[in-house]
Write a protein that binds this ligand. Sequence first.
Ligand code: NAD
Length: 433
Amino acid sequence: MKIGIIGTGYVGLPTGVGFAELGNKVVCIDKDEVKIKALKAGKLTIFEDGLETLFQQNVRDGRLGFTSSTAEGVKEADVVLIAVGTPPDPVTKEADLHYIYSAAAELAPHLTGYTVIATKSTVPVGTGDEVEKIIRKNNPHAEFDVVSLPEFLREGFAVHDFFAPDRIVVGINNSRAESVLKEMYKPFEGKAPVLFVNRRSAETIKYASNAFLAMKIHYINEMADFCEKAGADIFDVAKGMGLDRRIGERFLNPGPGYGGSCFPKDTNAMAWMGKKYGAPLTLIEAAIRGNDLRKTKMAERILRQVQGIKQAKIAVWGLAFKNGTDDVRESPALQIVEQMLKNGARLCVFDPKAMGNASRVLGDSVEYASSELEAAKDADVLAILTEWDNFASVNLTELKAIMRQPKIVDLRNMLKSKQPERLGFVYQCIGKI
Ligand code: NAD
């Protein structure tokens, strides 16, 4: 099949590479000329585990191409995927759909033959109707259908999730588009359930899923706070809860709060939709409030360790919103760093993959180190903010020798099993005294 993808970011690029690997002819389109130039030159624009090899192979084999021209990318496509951003409106926090609507208007004149337009971006209920109207207005004679194809991939695991999704949801309002989508997802037959539902249900499934996961994280975070006060251990509590299959063991790791480009914006957009439709989503609203507050509390927790120390140096390990990605959008780590900076802290930061993106946000307000140990040298406290595996394998004796004071605030519970207290560290993790 011939597939055009509009938007070559964290979703569009792995999706393009994935469909090319399955034998389709894929053209990834992006307005960002710098991105397209880099991709054409064989340089990946994001970090995703396992993406590089597949990307190079498929470009070499001529199945994957890049362009900044929508006309070129959409021409003769059987399916056009829209994977542009849907950021929150800065005031109302509802999803800003102007990228989606522009993409729809731009692609419309270039449709040739019957084409399925599939929205991969996370969009509020009813967006498919609007996209359909825009295409119709800009090309009254076009033969097309608009379907919702919500994306569930996790950053850091995008390649894995493309080839082994838990489920594929297709929101569709007629059978002609269904046969095209069945063909496109044929390689997944027997591997993942493909759920055909109506378009509005598919749009809702995406938000309902993300909001549920965000609430699960917030729930275990609050339970961790409770455990600290009540003398319980969140590790044991989470284990005991997770063994109940109705609850499940995943997403029960307490931390500094959920972040990233999806959960914060999608919870806000869902809460906004609840208000719009007169069906208040009070659990989601509470999670949003609690999660926002959590970042401040976490910064205070770290700052308490250096209270009264003149010119204290805080070492920060981890800036990405989670491990496996260079993405710092809505990263709890960055929000905590910014909060500490407001309080006059002196910081030296390190992240294995996100230094470039983080430095564009933090500028010269912090020092940058090129390794974990360099960041921790002469530090009065070390704060672990992202759960990179490397952090867990650090040599604690070496770490203690280079720090000015052996204090660790581990907001990802990375070092708990290594029992740093035994080596003389003042050690604080989450959910256990
Ligand atoms: P992104 O910002 O990484 O990429 C979006 C790209 O679209 C940018 O490169 C931008 O230049 C391009 N673009 C915008 N308008 C364009 C246009 N008219 N023509 C061509 N290119 C255009 O965004 P992302 O993280 O890939 O997210 C895309 C969508 O997928 C969002 O709705 C998001 O909520 C959803 N989503 C994201 C993830 C994730 O893990 N990042 C997971 C599931 C769903």
